[in-house]
Design a protein around this ligand. Sequence first.
Ligand code: NAD
Length: 256
Amino acid sequence: MNRLDGKVAFLSGAARGIGGATAKRMVEAGAKVVIGDVLDEVGARHAQSIGATYVHLDVTQEASWAAAMDATIKAHGKLDVLVNNAGIFVGKGVEDASLDDWHRLVAVNLTGVLLGTRAALPHLKKTKGNIVNLASIAGLVGSQLDPLYSLTKGGVTLFTKSAALEFARKGYRVRVNSIHPGVIQTDMGDQTFVSRARNLATNDVDAVRDIARKTHPIGRLGVPEDIAKGILYLASDDSAFMTGAGLVVDGGLTAQ
Ligand code: NAD
């Protein structure tokens, strides 16, 4: 189950966090893995430690995607899986976020996904490969912490379905699915605790983390490996009948 033997996978934003854990799982599942990130030192170190390759990638730049895809094809000859994982969170309300904050969110969370999809598509058409997009529970239900983040992740949710339909109509046999994590303990997860604390006018981030934990019926916060396992399933042939779908991995949060 969930094997990627002989497959080549590219993951954006995988120097750390969910992408970092997924890259590791994919190597263990038999894939050749390439990581692209802006955190060059951290990314190169992580890639070396798990047996992956690192390339510099700024997902907001078309030329950067072209170079990353060229490097992947040069190293491994093909591409089977793209994970559009890079994402940012600003943690500010509608009245507090600046226009620059919004433009940054759009550039990474939306333009990054579009550019990645376009850059990888010619290669995925050849291998009948697939794309996994990191959306969020904030792309399914509202987020009182960061409505602008939610606006971008809602876009990722519906772009996933639309791209899946377009590629199916054109006969490409390229599947596109999304994954929707609850609160996961990563650097971004920590950012959500800090904004929650600010909203509650407290400095007690541990107490706030406990409040966040209690919103997850399963009784704990998520860890990157929880999401990595879901991404691996979507990327593998075990999910061959899934396209345009969203896999919710949120400890029951949105079941309420
Ligand atoms: P993280 O902050 O730990 O990692 C994000 C990675 O993206 C970092 O390595 C960062 O350098 C990279 N990145 C940022 N801007 C980039 C750019 N312009 N080009 C290339 N790389 C860039 O976050 P994470 O928690 O691992 O999040 C991974 C994905 O999961 C994101 O899309 C996020 O929105 C989504 N997500 C996270 C949570 C959570 O609670 N942590 C919940 C739902 C969804």
